[in-house]
Ligand binder design. Structure first.
Ligand code: 0GY
Length: 303
């Protein structure tokens, strides 16, 4: 199915270009969201931002347009711990989507089982202060211990400056731990400087820690315009992501982060984001691991 700008499509969004990079067969977009529609799945009262509606049908059209086969849909903070929009997308994906939910300690075993049946395979703990209020660590550990027997993992989102304070907590988690967006490095600092070295050591010392090498559009200071004339941009993020892909080829994932909540300076072209991939995973074997083998092992281990 080709991508079409449907009625109700985000009116601030020009529509993605067709990527020049041909994704390998079975590629997984391992970080994306659905938002609402708010009239059906209301946004959480405690949210820190109100997004545009971004429906499952739009997400699936984008998947087909870019050439992905599957999605991992991540619960965003604007829906709080109400996972209904996520679950609705999963059950309408014909098995081609898995999910990462947000739960509180009050979640029942039956609710966890129902989410598992729908395709949820992880929970997300968010530590980015502009996005969430504080949740006590003992509640998070309790949740992690309850989801571990289901074979689920924990996705963590934090800012690089907070890693020193949070690292002991992260290493105490009993599951695979997936870091969003490389732990949000400050890409104006050197890739071999102490801040990113700390993150690399965190991955090296903890074989259960994976990273999404996603969100150049969020991390970049140089921006979407390529400095060296290449079509794919966000040049300043390339060394960070490439370092992780080459150092930990079996523990990296990639996702579009569509529909890019909270980006105010520019709206990314998802086609251009796909063209970023061969710059950070320059060989076919690395691309196969990043886009197919790794996400399949984590989200569809039965296949
Ligand atoms: C992302 C990034 C952001 C938002 C959320 O859950 C969220 O609201 O993750 C952000 O604002 O950096 O991964 O979608």
């Amino acid at each position: 199915m080709s991508f079409e700008k449907t009625p109700g499509w985000l009116d601030w969004y020009a529509g993605p270009s067709k990527p020049a990079f041909k994704l390998p067969a079975g590629a997984v977009d391992a970080h994306c969201h659905v938002f609402g529609p708010g009239a059906v799945f209301p946004y959480a009262p405690e949210r820190k931002y109100t997004p545009c509606d971004a429906s499952k049908d739009q997400l699936f059209a984008l998947r087909d347009h870019l050439g992905f086969a599957r999605n991992v849909i991540v619960q965003a903070t604007c829906h709080g711990a109400d996972n209904r929009a996520l679950v609705d997308a999963l059950v309408h994906a014909n098995g081609m989507a898995r999910g990462v939910a947000t739960v509180r300690r009050t979640v029942t075993d039956q609710e966890l089982q129902d989410m598992h049946r729908a395709g949820v395979r992880g929970v997300r703990f968010n530590f980015v202060k502009r996005l969430v209020d504080f949740t006590p660590k003992d509640e998070l550990i309790e949740i992690a211990n309850r989801i571990a027997p289901l074979g689920w993992h924990v996705v963590i989102y934090f800012e690089a400056v907070d890693l020193p304070e949070l690292q002991d907590f992260f290493t105490s988690l009993p599951t695979t731990v997936v870091v969003d967006h490389m732990g949000r490095p400050d890409v104006t600092k050197p890739v071999d400087g102490p801040e990113f070295a700390r993150f690399v050591a965190f991955m090296r010392d903890n074989p259960n820690v994976w990273s999404k090498v996603s969100c150049p559009e969020r991390l970049s200071v140089s921006g979407p315009k390529a400095l060296d004339g290449q079509r794919a941009a966000y040049d300043d993020v390339v060394p960070f992501a490439r370092h992780l892909v080459e150092s930990f080829p079996d523990r990296v994932l990639w996702g579009t982060d569509w529909p890019h909540p909270n980006l105010k300076d520019h709206m990314p072209d998802d086609g251009l984001l796909v063209d970023f991939i061969p710059r950070i995973a320059p060989t076919a074997p690395l691309q196969q691991k990043l886009l197919v083998d790794n996400p399949m092992r984590l989200y569809w281990p039965e296949e």
